[in-house]
Design a protein around this ligand. Structure first.
Ligand code: TZP
Ligand code: MG
Length: 210
């Protein structure tokens, strides 16, 4: 299981694509993980998208749902992504099967260490750089935070990063210690989502093999 290219869906930042369409094209391009993220959709609509994405990703990519444990469980997703203000990792652990993946956004070493102690399976440094895709994410934590988090958590816990990552800075974020990159706009806003995902994934693989 790899987290090399982790694509977060966003209909508003796409050129008219639904979450499921974004997921389909990103998986065709080689995305390793798809996260369904929508803060506005009704539960019914979100569940309908989740079911489509579950079918698209089956045996091809991991499927993670942002925030909503109800939608994640009902759609048989592989996991959930939590922020610092969402249900605590420990609480979600009580609700899910042992192999269910829990990811947590972290902005510091302290949050990363706590997240892992509480049972998170991966951590996402957030935001790596400040980004227009989530203006309220705040100041970028930078490359130093990536390196510090990578050193602080066990090797078997993947450390990914989100916020302002694109083909121009992948090399530096991977050199700083990321195991995988999470992106919205670099893939979702591209004119050709499949090609953007394919190009990024190839670039990541090449950098890792250098
Ligand atoms: N969480 C932290 S930054 C961010 C999220 C969801 C947005 C990332 O979008 P982009 O376009 O890859 O900077
Ligand atoms: Mg959240």
């Amino acid at each position: 299981m790899t987290y090399d290219l982790y694509v977060v869906t966003d209909e508003e930042l796409s050129n008219g694509h639904s979450h499921a369409e974004i997921a389909k094209l990103a998986v065709e391009g080689g995305a390793d993980v798809i996260q369904l993220r929508d803060k506005r959709m009704s539960a019914a609509d979100l569940f309908a998208e989740a079911e489509k994405i579950r079918a698209i990703t089956k045996d091809k990519a991991l499927f993670i749902v942002n925030d909503r444990i109800d939608i994640a469980l009902a759609s048989k997703a592989d996991g959930i992504h939590l922020g610092q203000s969402d249900l605590p990792v420990k609480a979600v652990r009580r609700l899910v099967p042992d192999d269910f993946i829990i990811g947590i956004s972290v902005g510091s070493v302290e949050e990363a260490v706590k997240g892992v102690l509480d049972g998170a399976d991966y951590v996402a440094v957030s935001p790596v750089f400040s980004t227009g895709s989530k203006p309220d994410a705040g100041e970028g934590r930078g490359l130093a935070c990536i390196s510090a988090v990578r050193k602080a958590v066990p090797k078997e816990i993947p450390v990914v990063g989100i916020g302002g990552i694109n083909s121009g800075n992948i090399s530096e974020v991977i050199a700083a210690g990321l195991d995988g990159i999470c992106v919205i706009s670099a893939v979702v806003s591209a004119p050709d989502i499949k090609k953007a995902a394919g190009d990024l994934r190839e670039k990541i693989r090449n950098i890792k093999n250098e």
